[in-house]
Design a protein around this ligand. Sequence first.
Ligand code: BGC
Length: 401
Amino acid sequence: MDVKLPPNFFWGAALSSYQCEGKNHNSDWYLWEKDKGLEGACDACNHYQLFKKDFQLANSLNLNSLRISIEWSRINPRELVISDQELNHYSQVVDSLLDEGLTPFITLHHFTNPIWFSDKGGWADSKNIDFFLKYLRRLVKELKGKVQYWLIFNEPLVYIYNSFVLGIWPPGSKDFKLALKVLKNIIAAYIKGYSEIKRIYEGEKITPEISLSKNMRGFSPCPSYNFGVNNFYAFIRETVFNFPVYDYLSKKRCLDYLAVNYYCKEYVKAKWPFGDECAHITHKEHRNYLGWYVSPQGFYRVLKKLKKYSLPIIITENGTAESNDAFYQEYLIAHLKMVSKAIEEGLDIRGYLWWSLLDNFEWDKGFGPRFGLLEVDYNNFERKIKPFANTYAKICRENRL
Ligand code: BGC
């Protein structure tokens, strides 16, 4: 196979602040880990100190873009405090991305909140939206000369499901009604944030491109029993999970591109728990370190369905955690083939960012799962290029598969 990708294609990787920086002591996640006695992020990958080195490594892998997130609780550690020191830090981080030839994609909210914000009721209270907007305005003003691509939120539905339905992430609620309220507030914050960013860029040379990363999944009917009914449920799950957020925001005309995060497919059966495994039937399929069903076909099907939005697409996360390099290689190539197939069939896909540049802190799963192009030794923070990352580097350099 020899497929050329479009010119100026974004080849990159993604990171999020809490998962890799370390010492984010003003974040609600930090408090959560302490209260629950969980394996905490602690120093994570010490990326806060080592960011320059990490960006040099990204450059050495021929990446031309990198997605990072800003830790709100660093910029705004207390309600009335905006830290100039941390604004300056992130400004240096972005300078250093640019120095390494990496186009920055900046996420403003990747699952974590300042403790004071959570204490005030967090996203459950619509009055708190203004706090987020204040942080957004300050940060965007700081970085507007250097950044074109913004992601206001990362995966709101994943955040809400884990934090307000399952209760396994802070604040640990299990309240569906509250979850809906939070969704409403986050969407409202996004819409306001979108117009604030546009306003702040008025008269600037750069036109901001704004989106929200949306996790999309493949959904397949569990073949175990009741196939027809399962099929219907799979359709419903897909319809409810994958598209409504983008349907709504695109109607409001506040999406400049689609930012798609895709990892795996889920089997669906017409019985709670809907996503329960169908392992006795499907044991031949590869499941990654976390037990996720790897499905490049599911990725392709999701991509094809995005045609209806007539918007450019950037894959802002795709990746896997494995214990064997051959599986990373396989995953990478198989998913990139689906990207190029979708492009050949007319989809306007402009970039692909692997999750993640570094092995890092995988939320409630701790440090076990390793998604990185770079292996991290958590004892001394040394980074080592994994073999499959060299395959990726070659693809990035040649812009072809
Ligand atoms: C999230 C990341 C997470 C990754 C792997 C994505 O849904 O944005 O924070 O590490 O999935 O689970």
